[in-house]
Design a protein around this ligand. Structure first.
Ligand SMILES: [Zn+2]
Length: 123
């Protein structure tokens, strides 16, 4: 592939014209290739770390909005929505204030409309 080809190309880094031996060559020389490679690696590292950061930190407001669209909630989600602790939710379930369903051994699911019922009951 690389044998006798001569292609006029422009270096993607320094914009200098050069003669490439392969169609995939992007840079005029080793130095430009090296700099570009390092810059690319750095950019990848930055974007992956910001992505990691973004997925870890969720705006509580967005979270609540998302939960309001869901039909079934976990105890933790319900607690977040009501601004109380999970313990309080478990207590409300025990008292029968909130109807909850156990899926399997440990998964408790609460219908989102149950959250509204708490307020109706107290009025
Ligand atoms: Zn160059």
């Amino acid at each position: 592939m690389s044998s006798n080809m001569r292609i006029n190309k422009k270096c993607q880094l320094c914009n200098r014209e050069f003669i490439a031996k392969t169609t995939v060559t992007k840079f005029c020389g080793k130095d430009c290739a090296k700099i570009a490679y390092k810059a690319k690696k750095r950019a990848e590292k930055i974007s992956s770390s910001t992505r990691k950061y973004a997925s870890r930190v969720v705006d509580p407001k967005d979270r609540v909005q998302e939960l309001q669209l869901r039909e079934f909630l976990s105890v933790k989600d319900t607690a977040l929505l009501l601004g109380c602790s999970s313990k309080t939710i478990y207590r409300l379930i025990e008292k029968g204030t909130i109807n909850a369903t156990n899926i399997g051994d440990r998964l408790t699911r609460i219908k989102r409309t149950e959250v509204d019922h708490i307020f109706y009951q107290q009025n």
